[in-house]
Design a protein around this ligand. Sequence first.
Ligand code: KG4
Ligand code: ZN
Length: 373
Amino acid sequence: MNLLVYYFKMMHKVLLLVYRWQKYLFFFIHQLYNIINLLKNKISVLAIESSCDDTSAAIITDGVVISNRTATQIVHQQYGGVVPELASRQHLIHIIPVIDAAIKDAGMDLQNIDAIAFTRGPGLLGSLIVGVSMAKSLALSMDIPLIAVHHMHAHVLAHFAEEPKPSFPFLCLTVSGGHTQIVLVNDYTDMKVLGSTIDDAAGEAFDKTGKMLGLDYPAGPIIDKLAKAGKPVFHFPEPQVAGLNFSFSGLKTSILYFLQKAVAENPNFIQENLNDICCSVQSSIVHILLKKLKKASEITGIKEIGIAGGVSANSYLRQSFDEEGKKHGWNTYIPAFEYCTDNAGMIAVAGYYKFLNGEFCDQNVTPLARMEF
Ligand code: KG4
Ligand code: ZN
């Protein structure tokens, strides 16, 4: 009897200890798992991106992106924007060949993959469902972990796809078709939005202006190209927004009124001045973006600064950002083109660091059209 009491007392003590130290115990077990994995072989994560109109797959091995394949959907060009129904159907067509190509490029086969990372959101629900379902099926059939990635975190982490990489903490201006944010990045998984757009995103400002000018979708790269032969001779009012937030809808409206008035006076105004209009609009957007980025650097005292997202592919933004950096003593970082617009390489980077942190999700995970940062 005494022995039984002693046994229960001991068990109680052990359970109490486990309970008190569970955080450390889990951490220890997880680190042990990582070490075993590292000793066993290299860690490889297959990543899938399908949040909008690009189907992409990539493989990262030990933090180095070794393949990154993207299939772009040209079907939307004629509609002046992404048609969600068409986007999901195109993802269905592209997803398997794209994954296959990424695996082949890496010189691997599926058996070498340790986890599947995927974009959970934000994005178009119909598009996300294709990538999420593919990721879940692969993880289930291969009995490997699943990693859910936030698309905007991944845009920031595109900076770690290649050298040179920023050091922490750094500021990242993330400019895409749906978002415009200034992010304080403390670590691979610790980020905070310091300012964002209160209406349209910078990419939308490019695309909607392009629509007014009769350009194909996405207009951003076309405006970039045409602007090279133009001069910034037209001026638009600068939005007055508090703090580190942005606004682009006022700019859009003033461009619309400007064009309506000019075309009423000269029906050929757009054709005759296309390059100058593009250059003026691009210059206004870049000016708004860099002004707030400069303010963010002054407020935080951080001079380690990057730009990311589709609009960071803009040549004038890249050039002006570098010039601004030289003026203010910033260390500037711009990802290579293939990591600026939507790509799975950036999802792979985000997935890899979540893998090291043991941040996995289960098969009940669902895509999210809107997702908290
Ligand atoms: O990041 P992204 O590929 O997709 C989203 O997550 O939205 O960004 C797409 C946006 C589009 O608005 C497109 O017009 C813009 O990025 N973009 C550009 C350039 N390349 C892409 N905007 C200006 N200049 C460019 N060269
Ligand atoms: Zn994006």
